[in-house]
Every structure is written in C-alpha cells, then in structure tokens.
Write a protein that binds this ligand. Structure first.
Ligand code: ZN
Length: 311
C-alpha cells in the first residue's frame, strides 16, 4: 500500500469572487477553511483550501478566486463533477438546506447503487453529495448549523469527462494502479484498493461533446496522493517512461507536487501527504491568518492591500 497512489489528495477549481466562494464553502457547505494563502504563481490572487479539521488528503478542495474571471464551460478534457461522501439519511437535511440558501440542485438520483444529490456552487461548479455504499469512518468537520451526523466526510469520487476514455484509463490502470469496478452506459468507475475513501475516479465518455473551457466555475486540476517524495519520484519516472511530459518537483509549502497533463486533457498532480497545513500555523488556528510563502513575506503589506476582504 505504501508505495501506491492513495486516492485523491485535493481538487483545485476556479471561482470568480473570493468572498462569495468563502461564504458558500464555509457556511452553506460547512467545510473548514484550512488555509488562506496566495496563488504562488500570482500572489495578488488568493489560494483557498477547504477540508476537514486538519485538511487531510482526500478532503481538500482548493480555489483560485480570480475576481471577475469569465465563466468557464464544462466539456471534454476536464474534471466535471466533484463527489463528497455524506452519511446515510443526511440528504433530507441537505435538500432543505439547499432550498433555504438558494443553491441550485437536482433531485437525488441513483447511480452504481448509491444515492447522489447534484448541486452547483455560486460559480456553477458541479458537485454531488453521495451516500456511499462503502463505510466512511472519516471524522467530519461539524459547524453550528451542520452537525457531525450530516456533515460531509471528504471526497467520494471525481468525474472526468472525455472524448475517448482509453488513454486516461491507461494512466489510471497501468500507472496509478486503479482498476475498472463498474460501468453504466458511458460512465466507467475506477477504484484503487490502496485506500478506503476518496478512492474512486469516474470516466464519462462523450465523443461528440465540445472541449471544456477552464475558467470560473470549472476544475483546474486533480491531485492524487502519495505518502512521500520517494514514492512521488517513482511515479514521476513511470509517467515520463510512458512518454508524458511531467514537471520537476515543486514545493507547495503544504505538500510537494509534480504535474502532468494526462492524454485525455486533464491536468493531474501527484502530491505528498506532508508537511500538511500545520506547517505554518497550529491546528486550532488553521485558516485564520493570511499565510505567505517565504518569497512573498517581504511584500505582505502590498499583497494584503490588493486582496479582497472576506467579511
Ligand atoms: Zn494542486
């Protein structure tokens, strides 16, 4: 297990407004705001991380909130749905809550023997709450309005929409160690047995559909999890041997990352478990201060001035 891909690490998406994004994910959905930092490649833009108490791998949804960015479009070559695991019996709570908070949603439906509730965030990003048929013992982050009995547990799956699933399926099965476990019409479900949760990737094949446009309300990339840099290096070599362009290791402060575009068009990342979000603030304080990487600390005053307030 130790030298395998350990399911999903994080998913990063794009939002058009920081404050609206912060409000939706912390208040309406009840995730913990585990880190307020900046985009390391564009320090006048925030980078937000939401997750469970510690921001455990497999629970982390991150956003680049680019103020006023145009709306993107779901399509092929893109991750198009983000599935969160919720407890059995919680969907009535969520239906009521979505109604009260003007969240756009569809009625719950069945897929692969699981009930799921699709909904959109304020930027049109498509998410789902899914009652997993496998047990999910992960400890949820509860808020005053969302108790532990109904709160999200972290990721269940991610869905990639593709013109042709074969090249992507090859990466999942031959490089990442996933296997096909189910299929319904044009949706193919892949799983890794290395972890119990956040272990699923669904590939949806729609040959005629237009390519997606990555902008507001769409997923930027999907990160898979490895234990450490040694395992990451091994996967980096296998990706390169498969003829794919892969970046060098990049220090993201909270994890180390390598990136490659899988042949179906989706940007993949492989991220390490460590050091994690307590590297620069204690667990109890996560998300309460603007944290900057060392190279931007001397520009803190200017950066704080251009970033929009959240409350
Ligand atoms: Zn990432």
């Amino acid at each position: 297990m130790e030298n395998q891909i350990l399911g999903l690490h994080h998913i990063t998406a794009i939002a058009a407004g920081a404050r609206r994004n912060y409000d939706f994910y912390t208040r309406v959905l009840g995730l913990r705001f585990v880190k307020k930092t900046v985009n390391f490649d564009d320090p006048e833009t925030y980078h937000f991380y939401y997750g469970d108490e510690a921001g455990s791998p497999g629970t982390i949804l991150t956003f680049f909130p680019w103020e006023g960015i145009d709306k993107g479009r779901r399509g092929t070559g893109m991750a198009t749905e983000i599935g969160y695991s919720v407890p059995e019996g919680s969907l009535d709570f969520w239906l009521k809550r979505f109604g009260e908070h003007n969240v756009l949603f569809n009625k719950p439906t069945q897929r692969f023997g699981e009930t799921y509730l699709p909904f959109l965030d304020p930027d049109g990003l498509k998410l789902e709450l899914i009652v997993s048929k496998t047990p999910d013992a992960r400890r949820p982050w509860a808020t005053g309005e969302i108790g532990a009995d109904v709160a999200t547990r972290g990721f269940h799956n991610v869905t990639l929409t593709l013109a042709d699933i074969k090249p992507t399926a090859y990466v999942l099965t031959e490089i990442f160690g996933y296997r096909l476990i189910d299929q319904h019409v044009n949706r193919y479900r892949y799983a890794t047995s290395a972890v119990e949760n956040a272990a699923l990737v669904d590939l949806v094949e729609v040959p005629g559909e237009a390519e997606g446009l990555v902008a507001g309300g769409t997923v930027h990339h999907v990160a898979f999890r490895v234990k450490d840099q040694a395992v990451q290096t091994a996967f980096r070599e296998r990706i390169a041997e498969a003829g794919l362009q892969v970046t060098d290791r990049i220090d993201r402060n909270y994890f180390y990352s390598v990136y490659f575009r899988e042949p179906g068009g989706v940007l993949f990342e492989i991220a390490t478990d460590y050091p994690g979000f307590t590297v620069d603030e204690p667990l109890a304080d996560l998300g309460t201060h603007l944290k900057l990487p060392a190279q931007y600390e001397s520009h803190r005053a200017e950066i704080e001035q251009v970033l929009p307030p959240l409350t």
